[in-house]
Design a protein around this ligand. Sequence first.
Ligand SMILES: CC(C)(COP(=O)(O)OP(=O)(O)OC[C@H]1O[C@@H](n2cnc3c(N)ncnc32)[C@H](O)[C@@H]1OP(=O)(O)O)[C@@H](O)C(=O)NCCC(=O)NCCS
Length: 180
Amino acid sequence: MLKGTKVGLRARHEDDIPILQAELYDDAVTHSRAQGSPWRPFTPGSKHSPVMVNDTDQGIASFSVVELDGGTLVGTATLWGIDTHNRSAHIGLGLLPSARGKGYGTDVVAVLCHYGFVVRGLHRLQIETLADNAAMLRSAERNGFVREGVLRSSSWVLGEFLDEVLLGLLAEDWKPAARS
Ligand SMILES: CC(C)(COP(=O)(O)OP(=O)(O)OC[C@H]1O[C@@H](n2cnc3c(N)ncnc32)[C@H](O)[C@@H]1OP(=O)(O)O)[C@@H](O)C(=O)NCCC(=O)NCCS
C-alpha cells in the first residue's frame, strides 16, 4: 500500500467492486462529468464492469483508495496513459460522495505523484478536468500542478460541450509532502 497523510492506495479487491459500481460508477452524472466517456448501465457482478481492473494492461495502474484510519474504501485512483518513452502519464480519481470535501482528493493526488515520479521514474504528469470542477482543480494545484491551457468545448457532457483545463507537473518542480 502507498500511504499519504489521510488515505492509502492499494490494489483493487473483489469486495470493492460492488461498492464502487453502486456508489461511484452508477451515478451517471458524476461519471459523465469525470470520465469523458458515455455512461451505460452494467449488471451487478458483470465481469465487464468498468470498475474491474485489467492487471495485464501495462499502460495503466489502478488503485482503490482507503482511509488510513480504519481502512474503509473511499474511491479509485488511476495513473493512465503511462508512456515509458516520453516518461509521462495522466492522473484520474473519483471519491465516493460521502468521502468528498475532506482533503482526501488532495492527498490522493500527492500519492499518485509519488507513485508516478518516484516509483515509476516518470518526468511529467498531466490532469484534464472540466473547467468548473473546482475541487479537482484545487486538489491538483495544491500539489503543484499548473494550468497549461484550456481545451475549448472538448468534452460532451449531458447535452452540451464543456471546456476542460489541462494541468501539468514536471518531476523537477514537484515538492513532495511529508509522508507517513
Ligand atoms: C474531485 C475530487 C477527487 C476532489 O477530491 P475532494 O476530496 O473532494 O477534494 P479536497 O477535499 O481535497 O478539496 C480540495 C480543495 O477543493 C476545495 N473544494 C472541495 N470541494 C469543493 C467544491 N465542491 N467546490 C469548491 N471547492 C471545493 C476544498 O476546499 C479544497 O481547497 P483548499 O485546499 O483550499 O482547502 C472529488 O470531489 C470527487 O471525487 N469528485 C467526483 C469525481 C470527479 O470529479 N473526479 C475528477 C475527475 S477529473
